[in-house]
Design a protein around this ligand. Sequence first.
Ligand code: P6P
Length: 334
Amino acid sequence: MSTQAITFNRHLWQQHKQFNQPIGLSILMTQMGFAAKILSREIGLAALAGKLGLVGEKNATGDTQKKLDVFSNEVVIDAFSDTGLVAAIASEELDQVQLIECGGDAQYILCIDPLDGSSNTDTGNAVGTIFGFYRRHTTGYCGTEADVLRQGADLITAGYILYGASTILVYSCGGSVDGFTLDPSVGEFMLSHPDIHCPTEGKIYSANLSYYCEWRPQIQTLVDYLGDSQSTHHPPYSMRYSGALVADVHRILLEGGLYFYPSTHQQPDGKLRLLYENAPLAFVVEQAGGLASTGKQRILDIKADSIHQRSPLVIGSASAVTLYEQFLQEGAPV
Ligand code: P6P
């Protein structure tokens, strides 16, 4: 590898110099890269360190909690709580917002899913971290829940880390979407996917088809349409679904197509959480030229009323998301 290779920290410095990105945000992203290195190592070695399996509790959203869920949450809280930059953290693994006593200087709010897809940990399949930073609205001694209950369109930076065949950090601060692959031999994230654009079309759809019978008839019709390999309206689609939102959306971001997790009778608002899953991913995919909605409303336009609020999600190529919305609202095109 040449020393001309762009490390994540060198990229952040360039962003600061060229686009006047606040140095505080650059520091926070450096911390995110540090936390990602720790998690990549621990997830990779968990089977050897007795860190697989459950802790027996359920988290705030009713998901069973893995040992790695608890560990991952501790890593991200430790990475940000004493930076003096973050006034509050909303995490999937915390019932309430973690309010941080930081004086009036802390300018940022973090919403995070420390370990997305943790049902995959014990089988060695891909998992991820999803994060989004907002600028703080209040100026008191510590942040407030109101600072956290935001509209995704207010995000200033968002991204994810995929712990898969390689560890990839993908993020945007409102301009390009860039991806960095961890080189464990030097302990650096190296620029590997500069200026990612979500293809306007794709031939992949990603959904848990075991819920097919619980979906609205319009969504069932869409799935039948996408699965029709003899269709004269579109080339054949392939279905890919890993059970980890980050892994499935990353594939769609790079190769095009759509991921959807609709509402069902049991989960009328869907399963996925708005603040620390759907909104940060919607920010990244929109910056890359894709779309993200509930099927009826743009994800980034929804203001959160509670930190674990759920929403349906369809995300991916602009044409594919638009097709989904047409099916949901008008039924199959004639
Ligand atoms: P299901 C993981 O718990 C998660 O939030 C996402 O990472 C993933 O896409 C989804 O839930 C999987 O849910 O119902 O298909 O098992």
